[in-house]
Write a new protein. Sequence first.
Length: 138
Amino acid sequence: MKVFTQELFFNTKNRQEFINITDHVQQSLSRSGIKEGLCLVNPMHITASVFINDDESGLHKDFSAWLEKLAPYGKERYQHNLTGEDNADAHLKRTIMGREVVVAVTAGKFHFGPWEQIFYGEFDGQRKKRVLIKIIGE
């Protein structure tokens, strides 16, 4: 069994952004030489998410609006922010959108369903963050 590890780094312009990272992860898969296995993609920050969905701008706007209704930004709203932080909403948004994804690798390609893409979701951006890619297989 082979193991391949790589990290991606992001520093978003906005506090909240969705970035399609499918091509970056596919490049890692190609470099790994692994043809059959699993690929884990995990943000290494508790205010960011990795998820799989459609790459459609209207859907991404819907995600942003929906998340803001569920966990609106606001320093005075959350107990966590009493510690001096202002990112309690980002922790909640990460929990809603998920921590990581695992994608099957078959014949050297991701075994996706129709329209599936991998996204990095940032909810407390404007600083350097990283994403772990770990590919295991043969």
